[in-house]
Structures are given as C-alpha cells and as structure tokens.
Design a protein around this ligand. Structure first.
Ligand code: PRX
Length: 633
C-alpha cells in the first residue's frame, strides 16, 4: 500500500497517469483522449474529449448491481416524515422530474435555479438538470429576496424550482413568498416557477401562466424514460454562488467529468465509504458540502445518502445518532459548530440510541478547535477527521486520507495536502515560500486538480484576477486563508486573509452584510466585522453611522434602531447574515486614503490590541469603537 506522501507525490509529478487511473472509477460514454489540457493557464480542462454525465454516474449505472438498495433516505423531524428511495425508485423520480423540465423547454446549457428546503424533490431536481445537461444553481434556503434576485440576474435561469415552504424548529419558512419577492426585484425573471406544494403554506398564491404545480406535472410522466445528455468532460454541470470581498457573490462554475472523478476518488481515498453503505452529511444542499456529499459523492459511489430536515437538537439532542443507528451510517460529515452545539447537551444522548456504527466523522467548513475535536472523538469513540476545503475546490484540499494510509491525526490540524493539490505556504508580500512554523497564505500551484472550479460563471477575467494575481507575476491560486505547517508537515488554518467571515460554517462577505444594513434609509455608513463566538466560530458585528443621530440618542432609541436594522438584513440577505449587535457611532476609523480599518475594529471588538494605527486619519474613529464596545460589555 502506498503512503500518503507517495500517493500525493505521484499525483503532482505524474498527473496524467494518476488521474487517468482515478478516471476509471466512473463510467464514460466516450473515453477521453487526453487527461489534461493546460494550454491556457490557469484554465485547466480535465479528461478532454471524454463524454459522461453526472446523473448517469449517480443513478443509472447502479441499476445493474444495486437497483433495490437504498439510495436516498429522507428523514424530517419537522414534518414527522421518513421516505426511502432505492436506486430504482430514485431513477424513476429523476426521470419524471427530467420529463417535466424537458416539457417546459429545458435542455442542454439552460440554467435552472433551485431554491428548496431539504426534501427529496430538491435532489430529484438537481439530478434531473444534470441528466438533461442543464445547469443548476442551487441557492441556500436561508438567503432572502435580494440575495436570491442577484443570483437570478447573474445566471438568468429559464425556470425556478421551489416549494411552498420549509420548516425549521417547527416554524414555517415561506419559500414561495421569497421567490415571488425576488422575481419582483429581478431584471431577468424566469419563464416558469415549478412549486412542490407540501401543504404547509395554506395561503399559497400562484401567478397564472408562470407558476406550475409539480405534483400535477409529474402525474403526466409517471413512466418517463428521459435519455441522458452526454456532455464533454469540461462542460458545466452547475453554478454555486459564494461570497468574496466584494458585495457581489461569484458564480463558481463546476465541470462534469473532472467533478465526477474527483468525488468518486474522494469517496474511496478520503471518506473510506463502501458501496452499499450509508453516508450522512448534515449540511444543506444549498452549500458546496451538500452538493458534493449529500448528493453527488455518495450516490456516484453507490452509497445511500441521508437527507435530514430538522435541527440537531429536536426532538432531542440524540436525533443525529439515532439516524446513524437506524440506518447503520458508516461515514458522517458535519460541521464544528454543530458539534459545539451538541457539546452543550447531555453527552448521554450520543449513545442513547446504541453504539456508533461510524468508522469516521468528518468535519469541515470552519476551524475545529481542539477541545471540541477531543470531546466528540472520545465521546463517540470514532476517529474525527478535520479536513479543509472551499466552495471553489469542491472537495478536500487538506485532509487525512485514511483510504490510502492511516496517518496519525493531530487535533486542530486538517493534516496534509490532498493528492492533486500542489500546496505552498507563501509570504503575503514577497510571494516566497516560507518555512515550518511560519505563518503564510495557503496557495496552490496550478493546474488545480479535477473537481475544482473551472471559472467564474461568464467571467473568465474575474476568475483569473480574483484567484491568481495575489503573488505578483506568479500564476498561483490563493485560498485567501492563512496557515502554518509544523515540522511534521501538518497544516493548521488560521483564518481568512480577506474580508470574508465564517458564521457557523456559512461563508459571507462583510461587504454583503454592509450592503444589506445600508438598505435601512437612516444608515449613512457601516462597517461589519466578524468577531469570535464560542459556538458559531464567528458572528458579524456592525458599527453604523446614522443620518439622523437623534434616533440613537438614548438606549431605547438605539435598541429600536438596532431592531430595525436586524429586520432589514433579514429581509435583504436572510437571518444567516444578521449582525449579532449593531453599535452606533458618528465616525469610523479610516486611513488617510479613506479605507476603513477593519482589522483594528475587529481587534477592539474582540478585546485585543488594535495593532498598527500609523495610517489612521483621526484617532476619534478608534475611540468611538472602543467606547461603543466598552458600553456594550
Ligand atoms: O476559511 C476557510 C474555511 O471555510 C472557507 C471555505 O468555506 P466554503 O466556501 O463555505 O466551503 C466550505 C467547504 C468545507 C475556507 O476558505 N474552512 C473550511 N474548512 C476549514 C476551514 N477553516 C479551518 N478548518 C477547516 N477544516
């Protein structure tokens, strides 16, 4: 058996041979002629000329050997529903959904925006899209109308797929209402909105000619067989928006063949899943973890995937471990925040429903602190693997690879570069490689491996400028994360180099939140920073200047104004981006060139030293932040 080091070295030194072998893990309609075309750096085309299809690999190819094994296990503690689909049943549902979409005129290259709660129809819709060669853009259900509208305008979908409502903690969330609002704000409204009516919103309104009922459409196609649209490996499968430094999210574009191969390989080398077993990923389909490891990864690998609608603590904090026991889950993927939430509960719940069937618990999305890692690992008696990646990469960039070699784990470290990634730690200023135990920017020498983003949707230039120009003339991908590597080669992630914050594993740009806060007519200017939070990792905190200062002259006025700002953010961006607190000031600390000193604001808000203030224009800005924070604590 190869060591992780050899495995990694071979992937970098002999990429054609390495990835050529991995490519055998999926089915190809047409073999590829060339493993990699890197004639136009940094744009990499993997498996050139090969034809395949994600839906075929996730569903159809399993009909031969495992048609009657479970494929999708839906558990909703919100609606007290459990539904299980075998591969045969999943195939039938995906064909029905694909027939519906085809009837509505959708085909190769068309975009579909999916704005759905965590119900099986969301998975059917994603798979139906890729079956037809259409491109899905799944938007997280926690995003509100403005965010949704900007994603509609960027991708210009022909059709939107939604539901009347979702449920969270027993409360209905009216998805269709938000879709209507977003379409009202959009410059490029879709022709059709297909609605899965769960009967939760009894007041559901439909727009004649535009809005269609999924159940009625599906009825007409019960025995539909929709042929798979074969795609050249580098043709797009989906767009997934993610936040960066600007207020405008980027449409991360994913290919088809490279993504399928990358996921299939990761299921084997990283997650150690076995076909026929069950994987449980607790994310939402609206995030990259949901795309890769609720939907495509496990299904491509012939595993059943659990889709859970509900909270981790309802009806009791043992619910996840009950699901694990009920469905004999062997691979689980969750987030550090979720584990920190469970850590506050009685640990007896972890074993209340039986001993764990898990081989590994994988965590990602935000830093995993050592006490949390140790607690869950010891309490469950399973190996907890921290791994690090991004929406952009689609799968792990740093990880232990127990399917290759069982390397020792270090708490707080996502271990080593995964095969395919030529990772460097670079000095931010000089772009030179740094040594062990020195802090640098985590960077990847391109070409990026299969599965990673291929460009920003319709913005090749933005792709290059955003990700490949941080280190002068060197064409190197930046992750925008700080990291260090110890003398044993283990990496540790130290936070973002840009203005992105990570709230409970949800990535948001401070600019996006600032724009949402500024929707309030009485806000003149605002700075948002992410501050440390014991459970969520980080929470946003806003420092705002109001136009009419008399509104915030006393505590009651400030409280009322803060509440109004919360409401405005809820409506524009969604509760996910709502600041924990809004402090009112009359001046923000800025440099002489007018740049807000966010790092100093953040330091003060976290009770640290504000750092270098030599570029500060006027000390009053800093004093106001200090006073506001002191008054609140
Ligand atoms: O800052 C890093 C953090 O989350 C960012 C990526 O977030 P997102 O695009 O939502 O993708 C999540 C995919 C798992 C990274 O730039 N991050 C992710 N994983 C870790 C992490 N920070 C520390 N440790 C991790 N394991």
């Amino acid at each position: 058996m190869a060591t992780c080091k050899d495995f990694h070295r071979r992937s970098i030194e002999q990429p054609d041979a390495f990835w050529g072998e991995q490519a055998k893990l999926i089915d190809w309609h047409q073999p590829f002629g060339k493993v990699l075309d890197y004639s136009r750096p940094p744009f990499a085309r993997w498996f050139v000329g090969g034809e395949t299809n994600l839906c075929y690999n996730a569903v159809d190819r399993h009909l031969k050997d495992r048609a009657d094994q479970n494929a999708l296990i839906f558990v909703s503690t919100e609606t007290a529903q459990d539904r299980t689909y075998t591969f045969r049943e999943l195939h039938a549902e995906v064909n029905r959904c694909a027939a519906v979409l085809r009837e509505l005129g959708l085909g190769k290259g068309d975009r579909i925006l999916i704005y759905m709660p965590m119900i099986p129809e969301a998975v059917f819709a994603m798979l139906a899209c890729v079956r037809l060669g259409a491109i899905h853009s799944v938007v997280f259900g926690g995003f509100a109308a403005h965010s949704l509208a900007s994603r509609i305008d960027d991708a210009k979908p022909k059709l939107m797929f939604t539901a009347d409502a979702g449920m969270r903690g027993g409360k209905a969330l009216l998805y269709k209402g938000i879709v209507d609002e977003a379409i009202g704000l959009s410059q490029h409204p879709p022709q059709h909105v297909v609605i899965v009516d769960r009967g939760i919103d009894t007041d559901l309104r439909r727009v004649d000619g535009r809005d269609l009922d999924y159940a009625q459409l599906r009825e007409k196609h019960m025995s539909a067989q929709v042929p798979v649209q074969w795609l050249e490996a580098s043709e797009p499968s989906y767009i997934l928006y993610t936040s960066g430094t600007t207020g405008k999210p980027k449409g991360v574009q994913r290919d088809t063949g490279g993504y399928a191969v990358a996921l299939a390989a990761s299921m084997q080398h990283i997650y150690c899943g076995k076909p026929g077993e069950t994987m449980f990923t607790t994310s939402d389909i609206g995030w990259v973890v949901g795309h890769s490891y609720i939907v495509y990864g496990p299904l491509i690998h012939g595993m059943a995937s659990v889709m859970y609608e509900g909270l981790p603590v309802r009806p009791d904090p043992g619910i996840w471990w009950k699901i694990v026991a009920d469905h004999k889950v062997t691979v689980m993927f969750s987030s550090p925040t979720a584990i920190r939430v469970l850590k506050k509960q009685d640990p007896a719940y972890l074993t209340k429903y039986g001993p764990s069937t898990l081989r590994h618990l994988f965590l990602a999305g935000e830093p995993l602190d050592e006490p949390t890692a140790r607690w869950i690992s010891e309490a469950l008696g399973v190996q907890v693997i921290d791994h690090y990646w991004q929406t952009e990469t689609g799968w792990a960039l740093l990880s232990a690879m127990p399917g290759v070699e069982a390397t020792p784990l270090k708490y707080g470290s996502p271990s080593f570069p995964a095969y395919g990634y030529n990772v460097k730690l670079l000095d931010e200023g000089s772009g030179k490689e740094i040594g062990a135990n020195e802090k640098g920017v985590v960077a990847v020498v391109p070409p990026l491996p299969p599965g990673c983003m291929t460009t920003v949707w319709q913005q090749d230039e933005r792709f290059v400028n955003t990700y490949f120009t941080s280190f002068g003339d060197q064409l190197i991908y930046t992750t925008f994360d700080w990291g260090i590597r110890d003398e044993d080669g283990y990496y540790f992630i130290l936070g973002r180099t840009d203005d992105v914050i990570n709230i409970a594993g949800h990535r948001l740009g401070t600019r996006e939140i600032e724009e949402a806060v500024s929707d309030h007519p009485n806000i003149a200017e605002v700075a948002v920073v992410g501050i440390h939070d014991e459970i969520k990792g980080q929470v946003p905190m806003a420092f705002a200047i109001v136009k009419d200062a008399s509104r915030v002259a006393d505590a009651a006025g400030r409280r009322a104004m803060e509440k109004e700002v919360f409401d405005v953010v809820n409506k524009a961006l969604g509760a996910v981006g709502r600041p924990a607190r809004v402090h009112f000031v009359t001046q923000l600390p800025k440099t002489r060139s007018g740049k807000v000193l966010r790092r100093s604001i953040q330091a003060i808000a976290e009770g640290r030293d504000p750092g270098d203030l030599t570029t500060l224009d006027d000390a009053a800005g800093i004093e106001q932040i200090q006073a506001a924070v002191a008054a609140a604590s």
